[in-house]
Design a protein around this ligand. Structure first.
Ligand SMILES: [Zn+2]
Ligand SMILES: [Zn+2]
Ligand SMILES: [Zn+2]
Length: 330
């Protein structure tokens, strides 16, 4: 997982923990199913799905069926128009209205064809219609084909998508729109990392930035999950310790490790740590060892904050001890 994604997840979790929202509902827009509540937290639309699935994986969001919509079997579009046709001759020239039957002569037509002022007069036999249920009856709302004259209760419906594909009701695919219920009891583990680390180090006069944006020697700004600075630092912009937190389904491979390591080289902090849930591949682990990267592998996020805080405290104590050694030597 990229640090940007981590930062976005972090800010979503923070907001969910604070807020009293219990349900995240989908909204059907011309671009597809969107989740405005997540977007309002500053998450780019293209990342919303990824963040929701990350949070669902951790049990923070529980999917529910919000509604089921029909989509195009060819392109998946949900922007559909319904086209009504005569079920007998397929003509699109059909009319809809209340129909009545003149029982005396058997004429069936739309009610407005019988209307002459306040009276109902049959166009076929010319008689006045007197009493409903006696000489005429109301057939309710019906449709009639203007081409073949067929009278029917339901038109034949064809769907047409925004890309122009036509399909019948039987051919249409169903798509489940999901809403997500928030289980805030599961949020704590992840969101508390930065605040717990901050609590742990602030007494020692250290400052935590999370997420941290640090300019490297190259002039490029790099992002880390956390960066720690001693309060009395000769260089405000150079952190003593940088940390990236990777939470994923898969082990971190050498390629991901090298992306982290390239940032580290450019920023050149004193110490660097990589937190990986669930862990690193052997190759990446060896590489981390050789390049003095502190590694913390956890098989879940339940003790993430505490373990990261412990690691950070250990590293800081080490840094301080080394500084004391240097001072006593000089
Ligand atoms: Zn289509
Ligand atoms: Zn017809
Ligand atoms: Zn009649």
């Amino acid at each position: 997982m990229s640090t940007t994604l981590w930062r976005n997840i972090h800010s979503v979790l923070k907001a969910l923990k604070k807020g009293d929202v219990r349900l995240i509902e989908g909204s059907i827009s011309s671009e597809g199913i969107i989740y405005p509540l997540i977007e309002e937290l500053g998450v780019p639309r293209e990342e919303v799905g990824l963040i929701i699935s990350e949070l669902a994986k951790r049990g923070i969001l529980k999917p529910e069926t919000q509604t089921t919509i029909v989509i195009c079997p060819v392109c998946g579009s949900h922007m559909l128009t319904l086209h009504a046709k005569c079920p007998r001759c397929n003509s699109p020239k059909i009319k809809k209205g209340i129909m009545i039957e003149h029982l005396w002569c058997g004429n069936i037509d739309f009610m407005d064809k019988f209307k002459r002022g306040d009276e109902l007069i049959c166009a076929k036999c010319g008689r006045n219609l007197k009493a409903i249920g006696v000489d005429y009856r109301n057939l309710g709302v019906l449709l009639r084909c203007e081409d073949c004259g067929e009278v029917f209760p339901r038109p034949q419906i064809t769907y047409k998508c925004s890309e122009g594909h036509s399909f019948s009701e039987d051919e249409g695919l169903l798509y489940e729109v999901k809403s997500y219920r928030i289980d805030s009891s599961k949020i704590g583990d992840v969101v508390d990392v930065a605040s717990l680390v901050e609590d742990a180090v602030s007494e020692m006069g250290w400052r935590v930035e999370s997420p941290a944006f640090i300019k490297g020697k190259s002039g490029v700004t790099h992002e880390f999950s956390l960066a720690l600075f001693p309060s009395q630092s000769s260089d405000e912009n150079r952190p003593e310790l940088v940390i990236d937190v990777y939470i994923s389904d898969e082990l971190i491979d050498i390629r991901q490790f090298l992306i982290f390591y390239a940032k580290v080289i450019d920023v050149s902090p004193r110490e660097k740590a990589l937190i990986a849930v669930p862990g690193l591949k052997e190759e990446a682990r060896l590489m981390a060892e050789k390049s003095s990267v502190h590694v913390l592998e956890l098989n879940g996020t339940h003790e993430l904050s505490e373990r990261v805080a412990d690691l950070v405290l250990g590293i800081i104590e080490n840094i301080l001890a080394k500084k004391r050694d240097v001072m006593s030597l000089s």
